[in-house]
Design a protein around this ligand. Structure first.
Ligand SMILES: *Cc1c(COP(=O)(O)O)cnc(C)c1O
Length: 367
């Protein structure tokens, strides 16, 4: 039997930058400063410059980045936030957790991102903001969404957990709207070695509020001016990201090449990702669409090819969200995608030989 392939090859990446990562981590160990500190400050400065915004607020995860913005914007009971049913649960979870109502809008058939044409009908006097998710590494149509939001006086908050490094009309993800969140979970395009995340914004007052909320609402030692959380980032995670950041653009280029190679060889066989020509996707996931998805996934597994499903159940059909006013059939495009999407092994370190193995096994597994 052939050797088991990795879904995301994090060990190849570590081996490639081992000396730099180890040296960065050693500096933290020598300093004994394990939470926040100069590495985190340096990381925030460099991430803000990379994205092209004034402020980066590093925090403990992508989920906390979403949560912190909800807190900073004072979102709570009586408020409505518009987002997509086809995302990782955290996007909707953080809206529910602060007591607001998630208002879901179906996705665009081509990109799986929220469909801007359906947003306006979902806006009510209670709407406070729109949270588009840049799914699989490709931004939604942000100009269209920003324009609708401006017309109705609501904010736009990009969930860029999968799209750090992506661009939309030449501008980088996380710098496309009033504020944005990203995640540095190890499997994300830019990953640390544990949990981490960040918020990006040009709004200085919001950035100041977020910095306070991240540290128990503190402004000055034991001066708790706001009710906040422990949303701090570990210095070791910042050290890992500082070591990886100089290589990141090169990784993004390689991801794009590898995505293009899959598409070139698979487009006659399966439905391959549609990336608009004004977008650059970082392929956080390389996700195809196939009928009989589960059977094909099983056959690939038998051939040593791991696959994943992002995501098998849309948010409105999840047990924990049964109180939302939706049911089966509410979002037909999202439900259709959930039944058929399948993600293939992808990273900047997958070799052409490994991709060929995936491609050949997939073609042989089709019904
Ligand atoms: C991963 C992810 C998150 C959550 O990030 P964590 O760092 O795992 O908390 C939120 N939204 C989306 C779309 C994600 O993919």
């Amino acid at each position: 039997m052939s050797q088991q392939l990795k879904f995301i090859d994090l060990s190849a990446q570590y081996q490639a930058y081992k000396a730099e990562i180890d040296a960065q981590i050693a500096e933290v160990l020598d300093s004994s400063g394990f939470v926040m500190g100069p590495k985190v400050t340096e990381l925030e400065r460099r991430l803000a410059r990379y994205v092209g915004v004034d402020h980066c607020i590093a925090c403990s995860s992508g989920t906390d980045a979403l949560f912190l913005v909800m807190l900073a914007e004072g979102i709570g009971p009586g408020d409505e936030i518009i987002t997509t049913p086809f995302t990782f649960i955290a996007t909707v979870e953080m809206i529910s957790l602060v007591g607001a109502q998630p208002v879901l809008v179906d996705i665009d058939e081509a990109t799986y991102n929220i469909d801007p044409a359906q947003i306006e009908a979902a806006i009510t006097p209670r709407t406070k903001g729109i949270v588009p998710v840049s799914l699989y590494g490709q931004p939604a149509d942000m100009d269209a969404i920003n324009e609708i939001a401006a017309r109705h006086g609501v904010w736009v908050f990009e969930d860029g957990a999968q799209s750090f490094g992506a661009t939309y009309k030449g501008r980088r993800s996380c710098g496309l709207s009033d504020m944005a969140a990203t995640s540095f979970f190890p499997a994300k395009p830019l990953g640390c070695y544990g949990d981490g995340g960040a918020v990006f914004t040009n709004d200085e007052k919001l950035a100041d509020t977020l910095r306070a909320l991240r540290g128990h609402g503190e402004r000055g030692r034991y001066q708790h001016q706001l009710v906040g959380i422990n949303g701090r980032l570990d210095a070791i995670q910042a050290a890992v990201l500082l070591a990886k950041l100089p290589h990141f653009e090169d990784e993004v280029e390689r991801r794009i090449q590898k995505g293009a190679y899959y598409t070139e060889r698979l487009k006659e066989w399966v439905r391959t990702p549609v990336v608009h020509d004004y977008n650059r996707s970082v392929y956080a996931q390389y996700t195809i669409r196939v009928p009989e998805r589960d059977r094909i996934g099983e056959r690939l597994g038998q051939r040593g090819i791991p696959t994943a499903v992002h995501y098998p159940i849309p948010v409105h059909l999840q047990e924990g969200y049964r109180d939302l006013p939706y049911g089966e059939g509410s979002f037909p495009v999202a439900e259709g995608a959930a039944a058929e999407v399948m993600s293939l092994p992808m990273s900047a370190f997958i070799t052409q030989e490994q991709q060929d193995r995936v491609i050949e096994a997939l073609i042989a597994s089709l019904p």
